[in-house]
Design a binder for this molecule. Structure first.
Ligand code: HEM
Length: 475
C-alpha cells in the first residue's frame, strides 16, 4: 500500500515539475536577453542563493553586492517564481518611485493579492489610488493621531510593567503592543478579552500566509490565510453594521470612514467607499503596518544595546523631558512631538536594518533605464539595501550612527518609509508608537541580550530570527 502511495507521489511530483518547467519556458521573456545577469537553474532560478543570503546577517545585500560587482546596477535574475530585473541607485529610485507617467505599478505576490482583495490600496493605481490615499491618510495624519495618544501611552506602560526582572522576547512583546494599538485605532477593540484574542489569532494566520506557496488547498498556509481573512471580515461586518445603525458610536478609524466616506446601497459616489473597499483597506493597513512597526521597534532596541554611546545620548533626551516637566508626571503629546534625537535614531534604524529590503514594481509600459530597455509586464525590484549602504552617502555604512541624519539628505538616498505617491501613509503612527515606547523603556530599564546571534527571519519584513531575547532590570 505504502509503495503505491510513494509511486503516486513520484508521478505527481514529476507532473508538477513538468508543468512548472513548461510554464518557466513559456514565460521566460526572450527580451530579457538584453539585460546582464543570470536566470540560474530552470524552475528554481537563483531562489536558493537569494533565500540563504536573505536570512544571513547582512541580508540580501550580499546577493545584490556580488551581482552588482559582476553586472552593474541593473541585472536580471529568476527568484521566488518571478523573472525579475533588480535595480539600485538614486536614478532608478526616482524613476520607479515617482512612477512618472504611471510607468510602474505595485507588484504583490499572488497570495498577497488574493488575501488583501482587489480593492486594496496596494492593488489600485492612478486616480483611484490617489482618492483612496486621501481617505485613508486623514485619520493617520498627525492631527488625526492625537486622539489615540493616551491609549498608546497606556499600552506602552502596561506592556513594560510586565518586563521587570524577566526574560523578554522583544519581537513578541512589540508585536502584541502594536497589534493592540492598531486594533483600538481601527475598531476600538479592547486591549484584552475574547475579541482581541480572535483578532490576534486571525491576524497571525493572515500574516504568515503572505509568504506562502500559492496553492489554495485545505491545510496549506494560503488556504488558512483566506479562511482567517474571511473570519476577520465577519468581525468587521458586524462592527460596520453596529456603527451604521447608530447602536455603537465610536470615534475610531472605522467610525470615521463609515460616517464620512461609506457608500449607501445603490448610490454612485466615487469619493465614497463600499463595504468591500472598507474591509480590504482596513486589512491592508493592518498588514502593512503591523510587522513593519514591530520589526522597527525590535531592531531599534537591539541597536541601542549594541551602541551604548547612542543609548546614553537617547536616554539623556528622555531624562531631560522628565526633568523639565513643570507639572504632572505623564508623557504629553507636546513632549512626544519634540524628540529630535529619537527621530534620528529611528531613521538610522530603518537605514541599517532596511526592514523592507526591496520595493517590488511591475512595468505598466515599456521604458528605458540606464540604457536598458524594460518591457511592459516585467517585474522590477528596487534594491533598497544597497541604496542604504552606499558608502558615498553613508560612510562606513555598517556603523550605527544617528548623526548621519543631522543634515537633510538628498532625495532618494534614504527610503525607510519609501518616497513618492506610495510613500508610507502610516509613518507618523509608526514614529509615535516607537517614541512613546522608547521613552518609557529607557527611563525605566536597562537590558542585556541573552543571545548573540544575528540571523534574520526569511519573511518579507526583516526581523531578528531569535526574536531578540533580553533580560530586563530596573535602573
Ligand atoms: C516603522 C514602520 C513602517 C515602515 C518601515 C514602513 C515602510 C513602508 C514603505 C517603505 C512603504 C513603501 C513601499 C513601496 O514603495 O513599495 C510603505 C507603504 C505603506 N505603508 Fe508603511 N511602514 C511602516 C508602518 C506603517 C504603518 C503603521 C501603517 C498603517 C497603519 C503603514 C501602512 C502602509 C501602507 C498602506 C502602504 C502602501 C501605500 C501605497 O501603496 O500607497 N505602514 N511603508
Amino acid at each position: 500500500m505504502e509503495l503505491i502511495y510513494l509511486l503516486l507521489l513520484l508521478i505527481l511530483s514529476v507532473l508538477v515539475l513538468s508543468v512548472l518547467f513548461l510554464l518557466y519556458q513559456t514565460r521566460s521573456p526572450k527580451a530579457m536577453e538584453g539585460i546582464p545577469g543570470s536566470l540560474g537553474w530552470p524552475i528554481v532560478g537563483e531562489s536558493f542563493s537569494f533565500l540563504s543570503d536573505f536570512s544571513s546577517p547582512s541580508g540580501i545585500f550580499s546577493f545584490m553586492n556580488k551581482r552588482q560587482k559582476r553586472y552593474g546596477k541593473v541585472f536580471k535574475s529568476f527568484v521566488l517564481g518571478r523573472f525579475t530585473v533588480f535595480m539600485t541607485g538614486r536614478e532608478a529610485s526616482k524613476i520607479l518611485l515617482t512612477g512618472k507617467d504611471g510607468i510602474v505599478s505595485l507588484n504583490l505576490f499572488y497570495t498577497g493579492q488574493q488575501v488583501l482583495g482587489p480593492t486594496s490600496l496596494l492593488q489600485t493605481t492612478g486616480e483611484a489610488h490617489k482618492r483612496l490615499r486621501r481617505l485613508i491618510g486623514e485619520p493617520l495624519s498627525i492631527d488625526g493621531l492625537k486622539k489615540y495618544f493616551h491609549f498608546i501611552n497606556t499600552q506602552a506602560m502596561q506592556t513594560l510593567d510586565q518586563w521587570e526582572g524577566r526574560k523578554v522576547l522583544v519581537l513578541e512583546e512589540a508585536s502584541t503592543f502594536t497589534l493592540k494599538v492598531i486594533g483600538h485605532m481601527i475598531m476600538s477593540l479592547e486591549p484584552s478579552g475574547e475579541e482581541q484574542e480572535k483578532f490576534r489569532s486571525n491576524f497571525k494566520i493572515i500574516s504568515s500566509s503572505f509568504a506562502s506557496l500559492p496553492f489554495k488547498l485545505p491545510g496549506t498556509a494560503f488556504h488558512r490565510g483566506i479562511k482567517a481573512r474571511d473570519r476577520m471580515y465577519e468581525m468587521l461586518d458586524s462592527t460596520i453594521l453596529r456603527r451604521r445603525s447608530g447602536q455603537d458610536f465610536q470615534q475610531d478609524f472605522l467610525g470615521s470612514l463609515v460616517m464620512k466616506h461609506s457608500k449607501e446601497d445603490g448610490k454612485e459616489d466615487e469619493n465614497k467607499l463600499t463595504d468591500k473597499q472598507l474591509k480590504d483597506n482596513i486589512l491592508t493597513l493592518l498588514v502593512a503596518g503591523h510587522d513593519t512597526t514591530t520589526a522597527a521597534l525590535t531592531w531599534l532596541i537591539k541597536f541601542l544595546d549594541e551602541n551604548p554611546i547612542v543609548l546614553e545620548q537617547l536616554r539623556e533626551e528622555h531624562r531631560q523631558i522628565v526633568a523639565s516637566r513643570k507639572g504632572g508626571t505623564d508623557l504629553t503629546w507636546a513632549e512626544v512631538n519634540n524628540l529630535p534625537y529619537t527621530v534620528k535614531v529611528i531613521s538610522e534604524t530603518l537605514r541599517r536594518a532596511t526592514i523592507l529590503p526591496w520595493f517590488s514594481r511591475k512595468a505598466s509600459q515599456d521604458f528605458e533605464i540606464d540604457g536598458y530597455k524594460i518591457k511592459k509586464g516585467w517585474s522590477i525590484n528596487l534594491d533598497v539595501v544597497s541604496i542604504h549602504h552606499d558608502p558615498e552617502v553613508f560612510p562606513d555604512p555598517e556603523k550605527f550612527d544617528p548623526s548621519r541624519f543631522d543634515e537633510p539628505l538628498r532625495p532618494f538616498c534614504f527610503l525607510g518609509f519609501g518616497s513618492g505617491p506610495r510613500m508610507c501613509p502610516g509613518m507618523n503612527l509608526a514614529k509615535l508608537e516607537i517614541c512613546v515606547f522608547i521613552h518609557h523603556l529607557v527611563n525605566r530599564y536597562i537590558w542585556r541580550p541573552l543571545e548573540k546571534e544575528n540571523f534574520v527571519q526569511p519573511t518579507l519584513v526583516r526581523m531578528p530570527k531569535n526574536k531578540y531575547p533580553i533580560i530586563v532590570e530596573a535602573q
